[in-house]
Write a protein that binds this ligand. Structure first.
Ligand code: PLP
Length: 287
């Protein structure tokens, strides 16, 4: 594959894009990122992702290297140049390459951030067969750091957790801290019980999902009562339905946790309804 990627103001073939070995993103995961879905060539919820990017940058005292309009144009340009139909745009901002490796943040007037963005083609992104069968989840201790609200590139524990899930014959893992489920490795976690939608409130222990915000709005519009509170693994196991959300999966039913079926063991009606509503809202935003 030879995509055209974006690096520090230039569009160039991926094989020609290179960054310094002193880049703090590489040395220290001193970097934040965003992932925006693309359906039929349209960017979905881009403004929500750009707003959260600003929050992540602010939390790490990283100046935003681009204006919102430039970010929008960059995303549009990558879709167009690469003829992306369905897929994802990944962007990453690092604190850049200082003269030497040092824990201390370099002076931002002398070290400029590194900005990278690229496309990932995912034909049929909205028709993932897992939406029909549902996902199998295992639970694992949440051993991540305490600022999961910042979307940093420190993704080793989520990657390890996904590996452990695969080894256990599951699709993914939900993480448990102090007796309650925080979120998934790369998604927000929800259960439905007696018609009520339960999901953790946003705080440092979870990423405030862009998909989550829209799903909660659509659920409220559909008259579904919402409880934003932590829930236990036991509650999840005895839920009527469970699902997860993220920019790359939208809404995915969860049908099994630690080998135990949730509800009927099949994607539940409320989850299916919410997924259909979400995708309809995406399509409506394109026209
Ligand atoms: N939680 C974590 C840890 C994530 O990595 C992600 C997405 O990557 C999410 C939640 C879902 O966020 P969004 O819906 O904005 O993709």
């Amino acid at each position: 594959m030879n995509r055209t990627v974006y690096l520090n103001g230039c569009y160039l073939p991926e094989s020609e894009a290179s960054i310094s070995i002193f880049d703090r993103g590489f040395l220290m995961a001193d970097a934040v990122y965003e992932v925006t879905p693309v359906l039929s060539g349209n960017l979905i919820e881009l403004d929500g992702h750009l707003q959260r990017l600003q929050l992540s940058l602010d939390a790490l005292e990283l100046p935003n290297p681009l204006a919102i309009s430039d970010w929008r144009q960059l995303h549009r340009q990558l879709v167009d140049i690469n003829h992306l139909v369905d897929g994802l745009i990944y962007l990453q901002v690092t604190r850049g390459a200082a003269a030497d490796r040092d824990f201390i943040f370099p002076d931002s007037t002398h070290t400029s951030p590194t900005v990278v963005a690229f496309t990932q083609s995912k034909p049929g992104l909205a028709n993932n067969p897992l939406a029909e069968t549902g996902m199998k989840i295992i639970s694992l201790d949440d051993l991540r750091w305490g600022r999961c609200d910042i979307k940093t590139t420190q993704l080793l524990y989520p990657a390890l957790a996904k590996r452990l899930a695969r080894k256990a014959g599951a699709d993914d893992a939900w993480l448990v801290r102090d007796g309650t489920i925080t979120e998934g490795t790369s998604n927000n976690a929800y259960i439905l019980k007696d018609g009520k939608l339960i999901t953790r409130y946003t705080e440092n222990a979870i990423l405030s999902g862009v998909t989550r915000a829209t799903v909660l709005r659509l659920a409220a519009e559909a008259g579904i009562p919402i409880e934003e509170r932590p829930f236990t693994l036991q509650e999840a196991l005895s839920a009527d339905e469970a699902f997860l959300t993220s920019a790359s999966t939208f809404i995915m039913p969860v049908v099994e946790i630690n080998g135990q079926p949730i509800g009927t063991g099949k994607p539940g009606p409320q989850t299916r309804h919410l997924r259909a509503r979400y995708l309809a809202a995406c399509r409506a935003s394109m026209s």
